[in-house]
Design a protein around this ligand. Structure first.
Ligand code: G6Q
Length: 543
């Protein structure tokens, strides 16, 4: 981290010490405009961050920190196609995939929009033809699409297709990611090979899990339909066109993208093909449009009015000043049930790093542990810890004003619960309030003395709330892009490369080394005692 940023963090820590004497209830009482001052919106999408434990002075200092850390220059460098992914020497240009304007997007001296539009046209043609049955399987129109991919080639399409399920009116979508054979076997068990299309999604087309699943799916298909059916029933999404054709996938059924699209940023690219088939071209275009609107907002708005920047700075405040180590994302929207898992990869793979861009240690805490589940389910499970546990967990709540299914009072109850949680976290309930309530209920003083401490809520627990009109394709695009840019801004402040993922490599290479030992074909002697013991126990159990 830059020494100047570290110094600014020190000053912010001093401010936090003073601020802790002023509970959030007091901050609201002191400033009747706190909601207006601490909320921002893009059209109907509002972000209320007033229930975070900071004041105007803290925010001003954080904005100054963002400026001095070079957030504006870094943003300009990313949009200019500079190789900001330094360890892989690549540009980061997923914004080109949703560029709805005439603005050229330059990578290595070339406007990439021509290539982007060409693949999009190919995708649209293919998706439309699959949907209307002009492109069909050997048994007629495709009824089922199986996306085979993992990590960035899976989480985006799965999450988006679940979130937009009310718009899915094409063939049924299935996703197989785990190399655990149960994943593929369970999926194939209900499918008819003659009407199933497999989409093998792999940027590199070398990923063990994906290729293992793809080969087994191919075998399953060939068993009933013969080798000649492969071309008709397999499509590929990849940057490695040599490998896709070696697999037997026709060029017409292969959709390319580029090395400037990171895996976890690739749902906007050909990797989104299964989603496009499911929701149709127009809805997919709306999804891209939403993200494009946020790109414009991110580029055009001053830092103080910039939603991704403000969300990033609140995250820096929580992580580096208040020293909170996790961050919960709690959508009050059942269709967003995979959104926390998606953000887990986006955030933790991007900012889960300790080495700065210059090769030195960052010298401060970086990305938090991101987790979450939909409310209200979480309320009946882990919210106990969020309200009264010894760790403080900043929360993002997400809620739509209008549901897709208007069932009696359901949505009002859902909304009331969401608003209740953020209020309870912020206000808490002190011992005098608890005692007063118990006295009113007629409890005797001895019982009150025993029970009251357990019913105290410390309050001052931070949350931000996103409220939008409806979970449409456009809104989902906006939400994802807000988080993408938030994560980018934090990476700039921590001076890390948010676009590589070297931390996944060691396990991968050890798995390759261990495979012959698991098969019993190689000695385990060189391994540590635990690994040897585990392998021996496994071999003894193996039937
Ligand atoms: C994402 C990562 C990673 C990647 C998978 C799948 O940013 O790079 O999650 O998406 O490892 O890789 P392939 O698409 O190359 O199979």
């Amino acid at each position: 981290m830059h020494p100047e940023t570290l110094e600014k963090l020190e000053v912010l820590r001093l401010h936090w010490r003073k601020l802790q004497q002023r509970p959030m209830r007091q901050l609201f009482a002191e400033n009747p405009n706190r909601f207006e001052d601490f909320s921002l919106n893009i059209d109907d999408l509002l972000v209320d961050f007033s229930k975070n434990h900071l004041d105007g002075e803290a925010l001003a200092m954080l904005l100054d920190l963002a400026k001095s850390a070079g957030v504006e220059d870094a943003r300009a460098a990313m949009f200019a196609g500079q190789h900001i992914n330094t360890s892989e020497d690549r540009a980061v240009m997923h914004m080109a995939l949703r560029n709805g304007s005439d603005r050229p997007m330059i990578v290595d001296g070339k406007d990439v929009m021509g290539d982007v539009r060409a693949v999009q046209a190919q995708m649209k043609q293919f998706a439309t033809s699959v949907r209307n049955g002009k492109i069909a399987g050997s048994g007629g129109a495709f009824t089922d699409i199986v996306n085979i991919g993992i990590g960035g080639s899976d989480l985006g399409p799965v999450m988006v297709s679940e979130a937009l399920s009310p718009y899915c009116d094409g063939p049924n979508l299935h996703f197989v990611s785990n190399v655990d054979g149960d994943d593929l076997a369970d999926t194939l068990a209900v499918l008819n090979p003659a009407t199933t299309l497999f989409i093998v999604a792999s940027k590199t087309f070398t990923t063990t899990e994906t290729l293992t699943n793809a080969h087994s799916a191919r075998h399953w298909l060939v068993e009933t339909l013969g080798e000649e059916a492969v071309g008709q029933h397999f499509a590929a999404l990849s940057t490695n066109l040599e490998a896709t054709s070696a697999f037997g996938i026709d060029d017409d059924f292969t959709f390319g993208f580029w090395d400037w699209v990171g895996g976890r940023y690739s749902v906007w690219s050909a990797i989104g093909l299964s989603v496009m088939i499911g929701i149709g071209v127009e809805n997919f275009e709306q999804f891209l449009l939403g993200a494009h609107e946020v790109d414009n907002h991110f580029v055009e708005q001053p830092l103080a009015k910039n939603i991704p920047v403000i969300m990033a700075l609140i995250g820096i405040w929580h992580r580096n000043i208040c020293e909170f180590s996790t961050h919960a994302v709690l959508p009050y929207a059942q269709h967003l049930h995979r959104f926390p898992a998606y953000l887990q990869q986006l955030d933790m793979e991007s900012n889960g790093k300790s080495t700065a861009k210059n090769g030195q240690q960052v010298g401060a805490k970086t990305g938090p542990i991101v987790w979450g589940e939909p409310g209200t389910n979480g309320q009946h499970a882990f919210y106990q810890l969020i309200h009264q546990g010894s760790d403080i967990i900043p929360v993002d709540f997400l809620i739509a004003a209008n549901p897709h299914h208007q069932l009696g009072e359901h949505h009002d109850i859902l909304l009331a619960n969401c608003f209740a949680q953020s209020e309870a976290l912020m206000k808490g309930k002190n011992i005098d309030e608890v005692r007063g309530e118990l006295r009113l209920a007629g409890m005797d003083e001895e019982k009150i003395a025993n029970l009251a401490p357990h019913k105290v809520f410390s309050g001052n627990r931070p949350s931000s709330t996103f409220v939008f009109s409806k979970l449409t394709p456009r809104t989902l695009g906006r939400l994802i892009a807000i988080y993408e840019h938030k994560i980018f801004v934090q990476g700039v402040i921590w001076n890390i490369n948010s676009f590589d993922q070297w931390g996944v490599e060691l396990g991968k290479s050890l798995a390759t080394e261990l495979l012959p030992m698991v098969k019993g074909e190689a000695s385990t002697e060189a391994k540590d005692a635990s690994t040897q013991g585990l392998l021996a126990h496994f071999q003894a159990l193996k039937k």
